[in-house]
Write a protein of this length. Sequence first.
Length: 483
Amino acid sequence: MINKTPLYDGIMEYIKEGNTSFHMPGHKNGRSILRINERADFKNNILYLDQTEIPGLDNLHLPEGIIKEAQELAARAFRSDYTYFLVNGTTCGVYSMILGVTNHGDKIIVPRNSHRAVVGAMIIGGLWPVYYEPDVDLEKGIAVSVSPLKIEEAIRENPEAKAVLVTNPTFYGTCSDIEAIAELVHRNNMVLLVDEAHGAHLPFSRKLPLNAMDAGADCAAQSAHKTLSSFTQSSMLHVRKGRVDVEKIEFMLRLTQTTSPSYILMASLDIARYQMEEYGEELYEELLSTLDVFRERVNTISDIYCFGREIIGQHGIVDFDPTKVTINFKNFGMQGTRIADILRKEYKIQMELSDLYNILAMATIGDEKGDYEKLYDALCDISNKYKSEREIRDIPLIDWKMPYQALSPREAIYEPMEMIDFEMSDGRISAEIIAPYPPGIPVILPGEIITRDIIENIIKTKEAGIKINGPRDQRLDKIAVIK
Ligand SMILES: Cc1ncc(COP(=O)(O)O)c(C=O)c1O
């Protein structure tokens, strides 16, 4: 017998290290759940909560009892007409809302840097994407928001499109004007879908940006596990009746979700909703004031910048979610990825994300003041210790034109492909994604025609030391193209 449980042991090893978590899941090792005194038994009941569709426990795919009631309470709390519990993450919510409002061959207007779930839905549904580019803040090295003007342009050029999808807020907390976009989209007889994966907490504090449902969206998919107290993989899809076919969306949910939904995940969504409704406003009051103090203190450390609401007004950003705590090291002269490594190895702090210029902490109601004191102390220490290491570069501005789309994403993945020299690939149809990161906006996607201009731009980007995400050949000497 092999006495080994590598996955379980590995997780327990990580826990034993005693790291401070600035990453998902939002409950932070259960700390946010333990704040609900009257549901403290939740922790002890986890093993018993793993149940199935026996009499009395309802059925997610045909809810008539306790699941129906829990979803209705969620709809009231999140101010939607219908709310659906998701056990396959926001990914299946994105699939269902896109497939629920389109037919095979339809066009849908989406951000060029959409989450892969959006691309997945287009592949499943045989849809044609119309891409718009979000604004980029080169100083911070991040893609930010989209202005209603860009959406208006995409609608004008594609009046037959069925829907517009916006990612809001972004991973970095920047927000677009969803109210104005909703008005514009509806005026043109389309529906507005919001990928609100990072915004499940927004409806519960007056100090947070406007949530998609309140702003007039028709559907919004949220990863409750990222920002609220529910478990990983648990999400919600909110729907406004009127412009969408609710039954078709429900059909797509049955298609994209398991027939054995986890009662642990669903119960955790129920608890997370309860906590927000009962205590959301006060919990966010406390968290946001801790974050204000943290930002102020970090910004006294020279050359380190933790941006906040002052970025509103720049690059079409109309609001900002302060629970996304991005700390920028561009002026300090060290890469964010290196800082994140140091924080983990030397200070037992694990960040959510790091990139060329930044590290990002995902702040939730599971955090304690002491976590931010620890992070601040570590940053002060790093700023003294590593001062002499200056290694940073500018992100080159990529001047590229949206490529011509010869095949839909679905057609492209089913065509035979071959590997050829990247430099010789102009005029060929790409079979893969090429996305310089930062800022993570794909320059080429499957089904699009590669041009000489694109090749030259990517070579320049590569020479500047920018990471290229996507291609099988990481060095991009070769590229996969349609045969
Ligand atoms: C913008 C965005 N949309 C959708 C998703 C998918 O969410 P989930 O992991 O809950 O399936 C993510 C996850 O990281 C995301 O960042």
